[in-house]
Design a protein around this ligand. Structure first.
Ligand SMILES: Cc1ncc(COP(=O)(O)O)c(C=O)c1O
Length: 366
């Protein structure tokens, strides 16, 4: 008998390309990692104390992660019976896909946006329908285009607000207009909501077809612990719960650290305010560099258009100096000349600014 992997691997995943996160820095204390929109802040004091005391790794976590779900619900101001948690938001997208996607269903996205939507929903057999955002610098939400693209096969519309990688915050009335005209689910990914100060729980409360996605990775600095969650319509919850993995895929220590972080909100919000201030300073300093264009951002990162057709050389020159920023090489995204830079600590931002200006000044003028 000969074994052929092509016979066992699901046909629809064979053409799907995997999500690429760009150059990965070796973990090193010297590296300035501004490529993944992480927080520069370590655990809050209460979370650190829980981490230091944690001894229960030989025990399985709470099966339903009820304590964590209650803490998340109370933070958001909703009822625990609408919250689905997972090992990062990506895991909650998987739960969503397992709940609603049959092979051949449509998911509408608007590129340039968070790349995981495309790769993850395609893995579940969805056809990705891209209705692109308007051109830079406004990157407007194509409301009519999205509504016009809805068919009987459309299960989900993904709206990333603020949008990664552009940083754009969409007008609430435009999001609401899509929700009102959609016969499918509309998900608002609010991974960066704490930085924009804008969140749309009221839309999820008023309309029966809205999912909100949130994460502890960004504002709470728990990217490595992997804690994300969604607020789902009541009508979908029984099935979404069925699709949720045991323990919500969350380790006991991640859940404990997340609960303790939510008891330290004053501390976390002080960090958020500091990052927003740093973002404004970074933008101000970047505007003093000749030839670059900075797009308005409501998140913890900024997208910068460079005066070269392709940002690749600049990104690799910075990486050689242990400074990591993100590029978007796929020409279909129209951002080949851009870099996305997370807002780091003041020291990190200062080092980035001086090396970036220096690298740009040495780049050959096209
Ligand atoms: C818009 C958006 N949604 C979701 C995520 C994933 O978050 P998590 O770390 O919770 O999986 C990210 C991470 O960069 C993101 O930018």
């Amino acid at each position: 008998m000969t074994f052929s992997p092509g016979r066992v691997v699901r046909a629809h995943i064979q053409p799907v390309s995997s999500y690429s996160r760009g150059v990965s820095p070796e973990p090193s204390s010297a590296a300035i990692r501004l490529d993944w929109n992480e927080s520069p802040f370590e655990l809050s004091p209460k979370a650190q104390a829980v981490y230091d005391r944690f001894r229960a790794g030989n025990r399985y976590p709470d099966f339903d992660q009820q304590r964590l779900i209650e803490a998340l619900a109370s933070y958001i101001g909703t009822s625990p019976d609408r919250v689905i948690a997972g090992a990062g938001l990506d895991d909650v997208f998987t739960t969503t896909a397992l709940t609603i996607i049959d092979a051949g269903d449509d998911v509408i996205i608007s590129d340039p946006t968070f790349g995981i939507y495309r790769s993850l929903f395609a893995l579940h057999g969805a056809r990705i329908v891209n209705v692109p955002l308007g051109p830079a610098p406004d990157f407007t939400l194509p409301v009519d285009g999205i509504v016009g693209a809805i068919t009987e096969r459309t299960k989900l519309i993904m709206i990333c607000n603020p949008n990664n990688p552009t940083g754009t915050l969409y007008d609430k009335a435009e999001i609401e207009s899509i929700i009102q005209q959609a016969s499918c689910l509309v998900a608002i990914d609010e991974a960066y909501a704490e930085f924009s100060g804008v969140a749309h729980l009221d839309l999820a409360n008023r309309y029966p077809n809205v999912i909100l996605y949130r994460t502890m990775s960004k504002f709470a600095g728990l990217a490595g612990y992997r804690v994300g969650y969604g607020i789902f319509p009541h009508s979908i919850m029984p099935w979404a719960k069925r699709a949720t993995p045991a323990f919500c895929n969350l380790s006991a220590i991640s859940a404990a650290v997340a609960v303790a972080s939510l008891q330290d909100l004053d501390h976390l919000m002080t960090n958020v305010r500091a990052l927003v201030e740093e973002r404004e300073r970074l933008v101000h300093e970047l505007r003093c560099i000749d030839g670059v264009e900075i797009y308005p951002s409501s998140a913890n990162f900024v997208l910068i258009a460079l005066p070269v057709p392709d940002a690749g050389r600049i990104v690799s020159t910075l990486a050689e100096q242990q400074i990591f920023v993100r590029r978007f090489a796929d020409p279909a995204l129209g951002l080949a000349n851009c870099v996305r830079v997370s807002v780091g600590s003041r020291r990190e931002n200062d080092t980035f600014l001086s090396r970036f200006a220096d690298t740009l000044s040495r780049a050959p003028v096209p």
